[in-house]
Ligand binder design. Structure first.
Ligand SMILES: [Zn+2]
Length: 270
């Protein structure tokens, strides 16, 4: 049978089972099993199937990629047209997060982690909007161009779209208030996939990113906020800084593309 789970200390393929330990061989082996459409045999279904020949990334040079990213989801919060310049509720430099998030998508995809994209999806009439006493101008109204994801966001076809704010009585700030297309709450979607860590980026830092990160922690996930992949509104000066402080005090860690590798290593040792 296959070697014990958890660590790729040796190859697990039927044709090189007794070869010397080598991470590169392990990764090739893993692709082989994925290509065959079979589970790799490790316990706990921790290794989602991913396409053969997925692009090599920094994650693959990690000595133990199985422990770093395959249990890590990327949560992309509300990268929608209305939150970008020229949108109905623009976040300053909101579109700047797009190329950065695309790079995180590559890394998490390559390691087999799920990609989750939340969207604000309001009905035309909601208490969230000023006309009904709420704080905001109309934005991200269901089915409009403003509610669409930014055109340059490279969402893979298997990304899970989480819809929130679609009830006229709900603000829907947190992605954890949202549901996937089959109606499951985000926390259940993540737990079914054995996710332990959630990388959070998107718009806006001081509202939906903040609420989503705090909820991720409340649900028992580790949260890493991606400082280069988020922008905030700063309605009151200092809102963004306070939101980041609050997330860190609640237990979130921080990372950028330059440090995500080390940060995930820290998470493995923790
Ligand atoms: Zn909204």
């Amino acid at each position: 049978m296959f070697p014990p789970p958890v660590r790729w200390t040796g190859p697990a393929s039927h044709d090189s089972r007794h070869a010397p330990s080598a991470n590169a061989a392990a990764m090739r082996t893993r692709r082989h099993y994925d290509a065959a459409g079979a589970h790799c045999g490790l316990r706990g279904n921790r290794h989602p199937i991913r396409p053969c020949g997925a692009p090599k990334t920094a994650a693959m040079t990690n000595p133990n990629p199985e422990r770093t990213l395959s249990d890590t989801a990327l949560l992309i919060v509300d990268v929608q047209n209305d939150f970008c310049p020229d949108g109905a509720l623009p976040v300053p430099e909101g579109d700047r997060v797009v190329p950065v998030i695309n790079r995180y998508i590559e890394q998490v995809l390559a390691a087999g982690g799920p990609i989750i994209a939340s969207r604000d999806w309001h009905p035309p009439g909601t208490r969230h909007f000023r006309a009904a006493g709420g704080p905001w101008p109309p934005h991200c109204v269901q089915g409009t161009g403003g509610a669409a994801f930014h055109a340059r966001l490279d969402l893979p076809t298997r990304a899970v779209i989480v819809t929130k704010g679609d009830n006229p009585r709900d603000d829907g700030y947190s992605a954890f208030d949202g549901r996937d297309p089959s109606g499951r709450p985000l926390a259940d979607v993540l737990k079914e996939r054995n996710v332990q860590k959630v990388l959070v980026g998107g718009l806006a830092t001081d509202y939906c990113v903040r609420a989503s990160t705090l909820d991720a922690l409340r649900h028992g996930f580790r949260a890493i906020i991606l400082l280069d992949a988020m922008r905030g509104i700063d309605l009151k000066d200092g809102d963004v800084a306070r939101a980041i402080d609050e997330m860190i005090r609640a237990g979130a860690r921080t990372a950028t593309l330059a440090t995500i590798g080390q940060e995930l290593e820290h998470e493995v040792r923790a």
